[in-house]
Design a protein around this ligand. Structure first.
Ligand code: HEM
Length: 272
């Protein structure tokens, strides 16, 4: 092994911090106009970019073989309040696959087909093997994890891009590990739950995905991670409770090092 990643030499999908197993792309669409023609154009563009992708609206996590290239259309919940950035996006789409250029093509095609009718903000992510997950953590947080359900049932999607501070990345990987487990906080000397136990209530009820920045961390103007969640209406409150809990540094000191991006809430739809 030449570089500690389990791969010999440089490969485009790897960097010094991990191996990208698959890619995802979130495209947030901010319409410049909301007239019928612009909406028609968006719908047409959505239909065209989804060709060749399996539509995850009817995802079924219990299938033995999962499709390779998938797409999920989202529409923002309620009125948009933000006037810039992803907070202003009325529509979003997530496309995933093993081959990154395919997702890049999809982005270009969407932009081309929307023309001046909308602005598009793109955030890329990559799946990686869990870094802080022991076999015990696997038992606790993954084995009982909510499977993916159809958008007809799990209607809500929440996207939260975020980064970690320079101070976090300066810590050794073993020290970072601690924050995900119940531990004694070095700062206060008090026992704390840590990330996984604080979020425990969501394990069986909220489908979750963590994506890493495919090009590495601490990149200027980019996020380190995108977190993505789906759930049924009744568990939106559970998500909010967990999110609130994770922000409580008395329970989860990890959040001292978290810089949250804008939280985007939407509904899963079959098409725009
Ligand atoms: C629903 C219950 C949840 C459970 C059981 C859970 C559990 C975990 C675990 C075990 C890890 C470590 C992954 C690894 O080994 O690399 C992790 C990472 C992470 N989780 Fe959660 N989590 C939950 C909810 C959340 C929520 C609601 C958020 C955001 C609001 C979140 C954000 C993150 C982030 C950004 C990371 C990556 C942190 C890093 O690598 O430094 N999680 N989570």
């Amino acid at each position: 092994m030449a570089n500690g990643n389990g791969t010999a030499g440089f490969h485009p999908s790897t960097n010094n911090l991990g191996v990208n197993l698959a890619f995802t792309k979130f495209l947030f669409v901010i319409p410049r106009r909301e007239d019928d023609a612009a909406v028609q154009r968006l719908r047409l563009a959505g239909g065209l970019i989804s060709r060749g992708f399996f539509n995850d609206y009817d995802a079924d996590g219990s299938r033995e073989v999962q499709p390779h290239e998938t797409i999920q259309f989202l529409v923002a919940d309620g009125e948009r309040h933000g006037d810039s950035g992803i907070a202003a996006a009325r529509y979003a789409v997530q496309a995933s696959g093993k081959y990154r250029p395919r997702l890049q093509e999809l982005e270009l095609e969407l932009q081309r087909r929307l023309g001046d009718a909308a602005d598009v903000i793109s955030i890329d992510g990559a799946e990686r093997t869990p870094r802080y997950t022991s076999s015990e953590m696997y038992e606790f947080a993954y084995k009982r994890a909510a499977p993916r359900k159809s958008g007809r049932v799990a209607k809500n999607a929440i996207v939260l891009p975020m980064s970690k501070s320079g101070e976090w990345w300066k810590k050794s990987s073993l020290e970072r590990h601690t924050y995900f487990y119940p531990h004694v906080d070095a700062g206060t000397g008090c026992p704390v739950h840590g990330h996984a136990q604080t979020a425990q209530e969501g394990i069986g009820t909220i489908y979750r995905r963590l994506y890493h920045n495919p090009d590495g961390y601490e990149r200027q103007g980019e996020f380190d991670f995108i977190t993505y969640f789906e759930c049924e209406d009744e568990y939106v409150a559970t998500f909010d409770k967990i999110h609130h809990g994770l922000r409580d540094i008395a329970r989860n000191p990890e959040w001292l090092y978290v810089e949250e991006g804008p939280l985007w809430r939407g509904r899963r739809v079959l098409k725009w």
